[in-house]
Design a protein around this ligand. Structure first.
Ligand SMILES: Cc1cc2nc3c(=O)[nH]c(=O)nc-3n(C[C@H](O)[C@H](O)[C@H](O)COP(=O)(O)OP(=O)(O)OC[C@H]3O[C@@H](n4cnc5c(N)ncnc54)[C@H](O)[C@@H]3O)c2cc1C
Length: 381
């Protein structure tokens, strides 16, 4: 039996960030992944760091997103220092562009919503927006600058995080699939793996993304489901695009400021089960949005296409914290925001494991909101 202080199931950005944070508190940590680490949703992500809600259901997430965005400079600095690798962190902001409907009124609503939530948002005249980003399409009817938003190269971040975690003493175990939990009375004491092995630990953290619900003991606390997103990368030979460009239909995220420039563009939101593929309909939807935002990209070469599975939840909020089973902690369901929320998730889970308290109220995200016997909720904090 392999024994650790903490075993983390799932080596995506969430499991990796928690492992890195815990190892800096001198805990013995193992991360188990059924395949290569960092090769699922965290690899597929666009890497926008945007705490703005994309729908009313996401409003309770804003304080968590703001707190995480504030942690990002330190988060990437410590990863880059420990790994000696780059993460592609950029702080150039986002240009939110409106093309349809009553754009003037929608802009006022957008600005008021952001300000009400404590998020910076500056309405722009269209000439100003065009000067900031010359590639912007002429059909734009209104635009606003979200100056505090940032982005990261999620693949570079994932690779650097794994290297940093290894340097910090985390045991990384690719090709180890967890098939069930080991119980000691009412306590969760470890996990069993598909190869007949077992790991024991004081705390088990479930960070298996959209697959968390496939583990029968985790499913009542984490009814996650896959929401597919398709993406593409383009080679842009025109004047480099500096900021993230986003409309209600899609987005363009610069990966560098070079010429030619790599841009990633997306995405779709599809409830198509666990099938990861790229479809002509999905790409058509993405490129319609991209060509509206920046028409000159219609002639850009397509470098790559891919898709990934976001960990969705019934209420579109993440699932964080202790469960009704002692020793079992959830860190999943980050849906469209897992890259943004990685630093705050790692901080809160680490605080809970090491101090049994959290510096931010995470009650809204408790796994007990799904499990029967919600009465346990107040008892576990
Ligand atoms: C197209 C797309 C664009 C996105 N854009 C953004 C964005 O711009 N900004 C943002 O913040 N977020 C974005 N996201 C969301 C973000 O990618 C996810 O929220 C985040 O990656 C979730 O991380 P995770 O570690 O929970 O899951 P994952 O990265 O999916 O990792 C889960 C891991 O668990 C492993 N696993 C599963 N079952 C088992 C098992 N039984 N045993 C062992 N291991 C197991 C898997 O192999 C996998 O490696 C995007 C997602 C997609 C798909």
């Amino acid at each position: 039996m392999n024994t650790y202080d903490v075993v983390i199931v799932g080596g995506g950005i969430i499991g990796g960030s928690i492992a890195f944070e815990l190892s800096r508190r001198n805990l013995r940590v193992a991360v188990l992944d059924r395949q290569e680490l960092m090769h699922e949703a965290s690899w597929a992500a666009a890497g926008m760091l945007s705490p703005a809600p994309d729908c009313p259901a996401a409003i309770p997430l804003v304080p968590l997103g703001r707190a995480s965005l504030a942690l990002y400079p330190q988060f990437v600095a410590s990863i880059e220092e420990s790994s000696n690798m780059r993460t592609g962190y950029r702080t150039d902001g986002t240009l939110e562009v409106l093309f349809h409907g009553d754009a003037g009124r929608e802009l006022s609503t957008l600005v008021a919503l952001h300000h009400g939530l404590g998020l910076a948002c500056e309405p722009l005249r269209l000439e100003e927006a065009g000067e900031m980003e010359p590639a912007l399409g002429r059909d734009a009817r209104a635009a606003a600058l979200l100056p505090d938003e940032a982005s990261v190269d999620s693949r570079d971040l994932g690779a650097a995080l794994l290297a940093a975690s290894k340097t910090a003493g985390v045991t990384l175990c690719p090709g180890v699939e967890v098939i069930s939990l080991v119980k000691d009375g009412k306590r969760c004491a470890g996990v069993k793996t598909a190869d007949g092995g077992a790991f024991s630990a004081g705390q088990i953290v479930m960070a298996a993304g959209c697959w968390t619900s496939r583990l029968p003991e985790a499913a009542p606390y984490a009814p996650t489901r896959p929401v597919r997103g398709q993406m593409a990368a383009l080679r842009h030979t025109g004047k480099p695009i500096r900021r993230v460009l986003r409309s209600e239909r899609g987005y363009i995220v610069p990966r560098d400021h070079a010429s030619p420039q790599k841009l990633v563009v997306g995405s779709t939101l599809e409830n198509t089960g666990y099938a990861k593929c790229v479809t002509s309909g999905g790409l058509e939807q993405i490129f319609r949005a991209v060509n509206e935002l920046a028409p000159e990209l219609a002639s850009a070469e397509i470098l790559e296409t891919w898709s990934g599975l976001r960990p969705g939840t019934p209420d579109q909020l993440p699932i964080l914290g202790p469960t009704g089973m002692e020793g079992l902690v959830m860190a999943t369901g980050h849906y469209r925001n897992g890259i943004l929320l990685a630093p705050i998730t790692a901080k809160l889970i680490t605080e809970w494991i090491t101090e049994r308290r959290t510096s931010l109220n995470w009650e809204d995200f408790s796994p007990l909101r799904f499990a029967s016997g919600n009465a346990e909720r107040s008892a576990t904090g």
